[in-house]
Design a protein around this ligand. Structure first.
Ligand code: SAM
Length: 279
């Protein structure tokens, strides 16, 4: 018996209906390769392999590698399944036979590495077509702007750095809530499945925006949550101090309320302000 390691966020999924839902959310096409991060003991892997597609998995816990090798010996032998021991945060996509047009990611990852994993993956030159992830319910709600309480949906337009950093690359969708009871050992909070579809760098290419500059701008806009966005932006942008007056003129030109906080603006507003600052 292998004891679950808390440090590796090991909460294994035990409900087959949920495992099925994750794979269904992937809407996997025939020619796609699936990259699974953190296969654990292979519960989700089994369902992904059942699609008949090629699966590549990366697991950090060396103790789980022989279990996975034994469980999926046939699939490894046939070439349908490739297993690597390693860290999801160090993946070199060019080295694991992945090509951006044809691969998708499915993962039930430890929550503490999800933010870093998402930014590494979305900002990478080689991007997946879509990502299906299990996350804390609250985080999925904040990313998608969709709160679920007692089976009811409540929509909120409030943005944050994480929601913006995902929306610039793809369409985020709340798939379903997953109660903590579906895991072993049971975590302290409920989870939810997040899907990010149609991933691309189109937003940056179409608008001729540099990714790093744009994220620096977003971080500055959100630097002090309670302050108005103009106040945050007028501190400093690209090492130059921005004149409050210039910002106010831009807001006026764009018909935006000068008293708004960053969380009250949508991606399209950020894009317009950024492009006006660059002119
Ligand atoms: N996929 C399995 C399931 O659904 O039951 C296991 C999920 S468990 C929440 C997270 C898995 O990710 C564990 O197997 C853990 O060892 C693995 N893991 C943790 N950190 C990792 C990392 N940095 N890179 C790759 N795998 C990691």
């Amino acid at each position: 018996m292998i004891r679950a390691k808390k440090t590796l966020g090991q909460n294994f999924l035990k409900n087959k209906d949920i495992l099925k839902k994750i794979v269904e959310a992937g809407d996997i096409r025939k020619d796609e390769i699936i990259l699974e991060i953190g296969p654990g003991k292979g519960a989700l892997t089994e369902f992904i392999l059942a699609t008949g597609n090629k699966v590549i998995a990366i697991e950090k816990d060396i103790r789980l590698i022989p279990i996975l090798k034994e469980k999926f010996s046939k699939e490894i032998e046939s070439g349908q399944f490739s297993l690597f021991e390693g860290d999801a945060l160090d993946i070199d996509y060019s080295k694991i036979e992945l090509n951006s047009k044809k691969f998708s990611i499915i993962a039930n990852l430890p929550y503490y590495i999800t933010g870093k994993f998402l930014s590494n993956t979305l900002e990478n030159k080689i991007q997946p077509k879509k990502i299906i992830l299990m996350l804390q319910k609250e985080i999925v709600e904040r990313i998608t702007g969709e709160e679920r309480k007692n089976g009811k949906k409540i929509f909120s337009e409030k943005e944050n750095i994480l929601s913006i950093s995902i929306k610039v690359y793809g369409d985020a969708k709340f798939i379903t809530t997953v109660s903590k009871k579906n895991f072993s050992p049971e975590p302290s909070i409920d989870s939810a499945i997040l899907a990010i579809y149609n991933i691309s760098k189109y937003f940056f290419e179409k608008n001729n925006i540099n990714e790093k500059d744009f994220f620096d701008f977003i971080k500055l806009a959100f630097s002090s949550k309670r302050k108005k966005i103009i106040k945050n932006l007028s501190q400093k942008f690209e090492k130059k101090k921005l004149e409050k007056k210039k910002l106010e003129n831009i807001f006026e030109k764009l018909n935006l309320d000068k008293n708004k906080r960053a969380e009250d603006l949508i991606l399209e507003d950020f894009k317009k302000i950024y492009l006006n600052l660059k002119i």
